[in-house]
Write a protein that binds this ligand. Sequence first.
Ligand SMILES: [Zn+2]
Length: 373
Amino acid sequence: MNEKIKLEKTGSSMPSTPDIYDPFDSLRRKNFSDEEYENCFRYFDFQKQGFWTREDFCRFLNALFSNEKRKPYPILSEQIDQYFHETDFNQDKKIDFNEFLQAWKKPIKCAVRPVSALVIVDVQNDFISGSLALHSCPANHEGEEVVPIINQVIRNVNFDVIAYTYDWHPSNHISFYENRHLRKISSKSRVSAAAARVHDKVIFAGSSNLTDTIEQILWPAHCVQNTPGADLHRDLIRIQNAVHVYKGTNPELDSYSAFWDNMKLSKTSLDDQLKERFVTDVYVVGLATDVCVASTATHAVENNYRTVLIEDACRGVSEHAIEVKRIELNQIGCIFVHSDVVPAMVTGEDRRPEIARAIFVENLKTIGRHRPR
Ligand SMILES: [Zn+2]
């Protein structure tokens, strides 16, 4: 094993309680009252000293970050040290109740009772059987394959919010190959309008009220507003009271992400609608993994959602680009999972350490206790 990757020993020092016992259950049932946080604190205070040692703290992290069978997820020893250092505000090598409450109240609540949204990205005919069908792209993926998987996720998982996104372009949209002569190409562009082919990146001159230049990959015309190609796949389950988000509606701007256009000049309504519903966790599915799904997941992380990409419910353009996006997304704290594990994640029984870190740090910043090492 790599010297640096030292895993904390787990299991042997766990409390002798039934395997399935979850010390955070009563906290959830009592609606996260401070009294229940006190009980939780006492539970991990093994010596009954009124504070936690590093060992107690380690047991707490192992119990918090565990799966539905209460098996702890491995956490690096140095990560435990870092969490301990950050939670120990007065640096006395002990965690008292007040430190625990301030640092962990919010992260525990998000982990144990998340408010989860399923964001279904662009499951539209043009990406499945139309002008930009994924099966004609380098990875030769079949976009249609996501439909039964997403339907199963909708049926099996109790999401608090479901959102459908639509690529929704006017016919004169900047991203259309057919429109490449409608706008001035910048002198910085390596490809001229005449020489450009589908999938080439060109640089348009931009317009004075938006930006100097606009980099744009040219796609075949697709998802034109109110055309059959822009409809959701006929078999995709439609949920009543869902959130619907339309993107790429400005003729001069493309929008891969369901949160922002590609230049980050204008927001869609998605973030506000999720915040209104107190969403903490965003699960992203749909088309295409390395384009609109990845961009949506990136912005979900940036907007402070714990973010999960359900891998088997996505199809992409290029295998290489999918791998690159996976690495980038993992680095910023978005995890890739199979749809099988999603039900237990949404109920808060399966609690992943990777998606918890950013909320912990954000909370410390909010209470003015963030002290980077
Ligand atoms: Zn588009």
